[in-house]
Design a protein around this ligand. Structure first.
Ligand SMILES: *[C@@H]1O[C@H](CO)[C@@H](O)[C@H](O)[C@H]1NC(C)=O
Ligand SMILES: *[C@@H]1O[C@H](CO)[C@@H](O)[C@H](O)[C@H]1NC(C)=O
Ligand SMILES: *[C@@H]1O[C@H](CO)[C@@H](O)[C@H](O)[C@H]1NC(C)=O
Ligand SMILES: *[C@@H]1O[C@H](CO)[C@@H](O)[C@H](O)[C@H]1NC(C)=O
Ligand SMILES: *[C@@H]1O[C@H](CO)[C@@H](O)[C@H](O)[C@H]1NC(C)=O
Length: 560
């Protein structure tokens, strides 16, 4: 009894001591904050954001960074092709038009039926070359008028932005969502160049094709456009800026709106930094109609192919048929289809289901089907974020892929153009998606893929895993803003033509390929090895000869 008591009191006193000690410690120690924020009083403040395409996928993430910079006291001017939707969404950003918004159709690219390969990229480049003069002059005059201190240039066909900055001796930060052209690696490629995203397990012939033949064909096809552009530059007496495809030589920073996990991993030079995925802080809420629909259905398939989507009547009808059958077979219990540009004429009036029954399409398109909701507008992120959304049927645009990964929604991907085919492969590689091909859509195939995506435990686990990675990385837009601030800050100390951002440029850029990779040493080593082998070979031949010839010598001497 006594023992127990004393043990208890000992424990109590020990605990008390511990608490007291802690108290005493905190009472005597003063903590002062480290002061993490930088002094902005002397950092130049005017930034020009430039995007030639003006497309939502380019401008919206850039403006995600702009919002942060505005909050930190910077003045942002957006110079891009007109985009009314964007200007109403970001009223605090001053916007100046670079020209009317252009669709791919305006330049003779029919997205409907074909995949955007590098031939069409050439058409885009031609458009860029045609508008170069106007764009350059606009960039330059706006920059002068508003005393711009830094150019933040979307790198898609936007040489004018980089060149104007170069002429005015202002720093440039480049922006892109594709890593492929910024830092090419021999083990990676893209369907845009007719190859798989990864060449890891391809044959030597395929790697030869993807690393030499395809790039040569690409360079050959853009050669005349590039010549056109350099002629225009010569006429206008403009020295081109320094952000180029592939290895950039000096004085720039490139921010890439992607992240490893979605993008295949690779090494990067310090002046190319991934800062994606950039997502907005706020999204519109569900419309009352959608909210009612979503809460009534527990396993919703959300379908959206982006604003530019329009497929053939045959393909559209197949998609609709597979949605009806997915409901009938209880693969999902509700479908939301965000259909922007497609109308009734794009569907057959009746569909023949695989069980032999016929269905009229027009009541469905008029939203009379209790489980299929067709809408012109859907707040995509909010729909994906809803617990009842179980699957996303998408075209695989970068923005949509990021949102789907962020919300942990598995994807069925039907890519149409540009980077979408590569994105589809990346999502499949990440284990969160299955892909379809527009050239052979099949209802049964679609249904099987939906079913297995919903049932596969691996897909669920991968989606959960990727969700956390995406969320963590979505904070890096603040780092993007930090980096832009640093470039501005540095520009008030170092001239942009003189060792600017040297702290991020590895010596290999200055040493040249041969010295940077020790190729000269390997050549010396190889010649040493070869000479040693040579000496040995010569010696052994001599030895061998003397072996063969010595008996005959003996015979000769005997004869003599
Ligand atoms: C669907 O569209 C693709 C691309 O336009 C086309 O090649 C294919 O034939 C279409 N499928 C059908 C069944 O019409
Ligand atoms: C890409 O890889 C897949 C198998 O992983 C193969 O079936 C396909 O032919 C490849 N595509 C190209 C363009 O090499
Ligand atoms: C290539 O093959 C290896 C070994 O089988 C595998 O671990 C890797 O994931 C494959 N890579 C790709 C891109 O398929
Ligand atoms: C459905 O079947 C009817 C005849 O059975 C045919 O006339 C119609 O073209 C078919 N519709 C489609 C979309 O194949
Ligand atoms: C997304 O979901 C989270 C958690 O369910 C919620 O807190 C957040 O408000 C949602 N956001 C949107 C835009 O729906």
């Amino acid at each position: 009894m006594i023992k127990r008591k004393s043990l208890l009191s000992l424990l109590v006193s020990l605990l008390l001591n511990l608490v007291l000690c802690v108290n005493v410690n905190t009472a005597t120690q003063n903590f002062i904050s480290r002061g993490v924020d930088i002094d902005r009083s002397n950092i130049p403040k005017n930034i020009l954001f430039g995007s030639f395409s003006g497309g939502r996928g380019h401008v919206k993430p850039m403006l995600g960074i702009a919002e942060i910079l505005i909050e930190r006291g910077y003045n942002i001017i957006l110079l891009s092709s007109e985009n009314k939707e964007i200007s109403s969404e970001y009223p605090t950003v001053k916007q100046i038009s670079l020209g009317p918004k252009f669709g791919l159709k305006d330049i003779g690219i029919e997205v409907t039926n074909e995949v955007l390969d590098h031939k069409k990229l050439v058409k885009l480049l031609e458009l860029g070359a045609k508008s170069y003069k106007g764009s350059y002059e606009k960039y330059k005059s706006v920059a002068e008028e508003y005393n711009i201190d830094l150019f933040f240039c979307d790198l898609l066909i936007n040489e004018a932005c980089v060149d104007a900055a170069h002429t005015l001796k202002k720093p440039v930060v480049g922006f892109t969502s594709g890593l492929q052209l910024m830092d090419p690696k021999p083990y990676k490629s893209d369907p845009m160049f007719g190859c798989n995203i990864s060449l890891e397990n391809e044959s030597i012939l395929e790697r030869f094709r993807c690393n030499f033949i395809q790039p040569l064909r690409f360079i050959y096809s853009i050669y005349s456009v590039m010549n056109q552009l350099s002629d225009i530059r010569k006429q206008m007496n403009i020295e081109p800026g320094r952000i180029v495809f592939g290895r950039s030589s000096e004085a720039s920073l490139i921010l890439v709106d992607t992240f490893f996990g979605f993008e295949l991993p690779q090494t990067l030079p310090p002046y190319v930094q991934e800062i994606g995925p950039i997502l907005s802080e706020k999204y519109p809420s569900l419309t009352p109609e959608l909210s009612v629909f979503m809460n009534k259905h527990e396993r919703v398939l959300y379908v959206a192919f982006g604003t530019r989507f329009s497929a053939t009547t045959d393909n559209n009808s197949k998609l609709l048929q597979s949605f009806i059958e997915a409901i009938n077979k209880k693969i999902v219990d509700g479908i939301i289809w965000a259909l922007v540009e497609t109308s009734k004429e794009n569907f057959y009036p009746t569909l023949n289901l695989s069980d032999g029954t016929q269905v009229q399409t027009s009541p469905i398109l008029n939203n009379e089907h209790p489980h299929i909701h067709i809408t012109k507008f859907a707040p995509q992120f909010t729909v994906l974020n809803h617990t009842n959304t179980k699957l996303f049927f998408s075209h695989g645009g970068a923005g949509s892929s990021h949102e789907s990964l962020y919300t942990g929604t598995p994807m069925l991907v039907l890519p149409f153009a540009g980077d979408q085919i590569g994105n589809a492969q990346k999502l499949v590689t990440a284990g969160v998606a299955t892909s379809l091909s527009i050239s052979d859509l099949d209802v049964d195939d679609i249904l099987n893929k939906m079913d297995s995506l919903l049932k596969d435990k691996n897909v669920k686990e991968n989606s959960e895993r990727m969700k956390v990675l995406t969320k963590i990385n979505s904070k890096r837009k603040y780092r993007a803003a930090d980096l832009i601030e640093y470039v501005l800050h540095a520009s008030s100390f170092v001239d942009v033509n003189d060792d600017f951002l040297k702290e991020w440029y590895p010596a290999e850029n200055r040493m040249g390929f041969i010295r940077a990779y020790d190729l000269d040493i390997y050549i010396i080593l190889l010649s040493i090895v070869l000479s040693v082998i040579g000496v040995i070979v010569v010696k052994s031949i001599k030895l061998f000869r003397s072996f063969i010839s010595s008996p005959s010598d003996d015979q000769k001497s005997k004869r003599e």
